[in-house]
Design a protein around this ligand. Structure first.
Ligand code: 6PG
Length: 232
């Protein structure tokens, strides 16, 4: 079974439709279980969708929010995914109150891992909605091709793993592959024809090279339900 693609004519249309879908899914989770959980990715893509989601009528006081992955920088650093999320999604006090940070004051993600693991335990898995981005190298979350800890982060029984990407300015902390694929609803949010072609290549290549495309390792396990939201 192949991935479900949703293509939109513009970034604004993509952001509005994805935000509308996420809001509806969060409200359905709240109706069914009393609370909902949302894990968002960072990078440059999501800011517009975050703003549209912030404007929705989600009952944020009932939603636990965290990150799929984070750069190991202070949460006011220009490269912080938490800063991006706070500035664009968490303007509502209730949403901000339920945000679970993926950084602490440990010097490295390896040193901080146990504390973050304990902090995240308030989120009951499976996470309801999990939004993935994809890098131009096929990485998703902080599962990077050729990263030393890629196999560990793909096999870990923990919620999070520490990763030192092969080429990136920061060490990372990431939800592990088992945590990601457990999510009830995995959404891939990408833009540009280059990423569409890369994702199609990753999904068509023979199994043997899936380690080159970590997003393939994720989507192989959720492709019957995962949805891709994309615009050129
Ligand atoms: C991160 C995430 C990554 C991100 C992609 C897409 O950078 O924190 O690890 O998975 O979602 O790199 O990033 P862009 O939206 O900037 O292309």
């Amino acid at each position: 079974m192949s991935l479900q693609w949703h293509e939109f004519a513009s970034k604004d249309e993509l952001d509005l439709n994805l935000a509308h879908y996420i809001a509806a899914q969060l409200q359905q989770a709240i109706a069914e279980r009393g609370t909902a959980s949302l894990a968002v990715s960072g990078g440059r893509t999501p800011a517009g969708m975050f703003k549209a989601l912030r404007a929705s009528d989600v009952e944020w006081s009932k939603v636990y929010i965290t990150l799929v992955d984070e750069r190991w920088v202070p949460n006011d650093h220009a490269d912080s995914n938490e800063r991006l999320t706070r500035e664009n999604l968490l303007q509502d006090g209730a949403a901000a109150a339920n945000f679970i940070s993926m950084v602490n004051d440990a010097a490295t993600p390896h040193a901080g891992l146990a504390g973050i693991e304990a902090r995240l335990s308030v989120i009951k898995t499976p996470i309801d909605i999990l939004i993935l981005g994809m890098g131009d190298d096929g990485h998703t979350a902080s599962l990077f091709p050729n990263a030393v800890e890629l196999e560990q982060a793909c096999a870990s029984t923990q919620l999070v793993a520490a990763v030192t990407p092969p080429v990136a300015p920061h060490q990372r902390i990431t939800l592990t592959l088992p945590t990601i694929v457990q999510a009830r609803n995995v959404l891939v949010h990408i833009t540009g024809t280059g990423k569409k072609e890369l994702l199609n290549t990753a999904m068509q290549e023979q199994k043997a090279i899936t380690e080159l495309y970590p997003i393939r390792r994720v989507l192989d396990q959720v492709k019957s339900t995962a949805q891709v939201y994309w615009t050129a």
